[in-house]
Design a binder for this molecule. Structure first.
Ligand code: PLP
Length: 371
């Protein structure tokens, strides 16, 4: 296995904990354990009584039941808990792919979604989202053109990191039809699910197509990445059982306190999601003036869903240099599009945090003083 450096994670590792104004994060505002426990009378006492032994490899049954209830067609036996979404991405690629397989992935992408496959000797083809006047869009003819005889897997991510693109229900169904026709398994990364605010239905993909897997997590919409709890949902028994067996070699089981707190958060999901969606919408609205003021400088690619957007800097000169100067002068962290291996001066902005406005004011100051 030959894994290249995960560029996004490397960039955050360098800057996230030393830069005061975080303006690119993909997780929504978090909370303390105390705050989460305060959602329910008796929860604190029950948490303190949590047994610190091993838990079930598949995940605590209460947590699997809560996760299964999010789906129309899944039972708790079809949910497998992992250490965040990242362990599930890694483990799935290990059990599913072999040298010589062909995989298509929605691009740009969170690097592990194609890198782990490439490291296994697979051929990986990007299905590229396109930048248009209206923002980001996808082209189904491009997808059809990429399918080959040995295409085994399609990896999509919706709502999408980094563009904020969100497949419509019709588009998801179209993908399901195409995948079924060509016997392609679909890995649908839905870690930003439940942050669709357009009022339309957006299914979990495994509710639409039997030969697929949906990836969910506590990190993004719930703002609880410190729990390190993610899960896969699949009707494919072979994939499920192989992933259980692979997990014996990675984490074996999850942390009992994290499983307890995840069950609690899922019980109170409406309250948490309401808070986070309203924060995102408020921050997007606040940023309107900023982008109007700097319309010569930026293309404002407003997100359709999720907590992040992939905007474009119109002046050239290197986006990574621009972002690093901003850190140095004003302590503001944007994420340069270079980490996604895309052409053009794109950068990711995150709308899910409470200090968004303060951070945007700092960016404004920087532009006024330096551009
Ligand atoms: C699309 C996507 N998938 C997976 C992950 C990994 O999530 P986690 O940190 O919960 O493991 C991320 C994190 O940023 C992501 O954006």
């Amino acid at each position: 296995m030959n894994l290249r450096t995960f560029q996004l994670e490397d960039y955050y590792d360098k800057h996230e904990f030393s830069t005061p104004y975080l303006l690119s994060q993909s997780d929504c505002e978090s909370m303390t354990i105390r705050e989460l426990l305060s959602f329910e009378p008796g929860a604190e006492e029950a948490f303190l009584e949590t047994w610190l032994g091993y838990t079930e490899v598949k995940g605590d049954v209460r947590l699997r039941e809560k996760a299964a209830a999010l789906y129309k067609t899944c039972q708790s036996e079809e949910i497998l808990i992992h250490a965040g979404a990242e362990e599930a991405v890694f483990n799935f690629m290990q059990i599913f792919l072999q040298t010589g397989d062909h995989m298509i992935y929605l691009s740009p992408a969170y690097q592990s979604l194609y890198e782990v496959a490439a490291s296994r000797g697979c051929e990986v083809s990007p299905w590229k989202l396109c930048q248009s006047e209206e923002g980001w869009s996808c082209n189904f003819d491009d997808l059809v053109g990429l399918i080959k005889q040995n295409t085994k897997l399609l990896v999509i991510n919706t709502p999408h990191n980094p563009t904020g693109y969100s497949f419509t229900e019709e588009e998801l169904k179209r993908i399901a039809v195409l995948a079924r026709e060509h016997n392609i398994f679909v890995f649908c990364d839905q870690v930003y699910k439940d942050l669709e605010w357009d009022g339309e239905e957006h299914s979990w993909f495994c509710d639409l197509y039997e030969n697929s897997l949906s990836l969910g997590v506590m990190s993004k919409a719930y703002g609880l990445p410190g729990l390190r709890i993610g899960w896969i949902a699949t009707h494919n028994k072979e994939v499920y059982e192989s992933m259980v067996k692979y997990k014996y070699y990675t984490t074996i089981c999850s942390s009992a306190p994290s499983e307890f707190l995840s069950v609690l958060a899922l019980k109170h999901r409406d309250r948490i999601l309401k808070r986070n969606i309203s924060l995102i919408k408020d921050n997007i609205e606040y940023a309107e003036n900023f982008f109007e003021k700097y319309s010569d400088l930026f293309i404002n690619n407003k997100p359709q869903a999720g907590p992040i957007a992939f905007h474009k800097l119109k002046i050239t000169g290197g986006i990574t240099g621009f972002c690093e100067k901003l850190i140095e002068k004003k302590g503001v962290l944007l994420l340069p599009g270079d980490v996604y291996e895309v052409d053009g001066d794109y950068f990711r902005m995150g709308y899910g945090r409470k200090n968004f406005k303060k951070a945007l004011i700092k960016l404004d100051e920087y532009l006024a003083e330096n551009i």
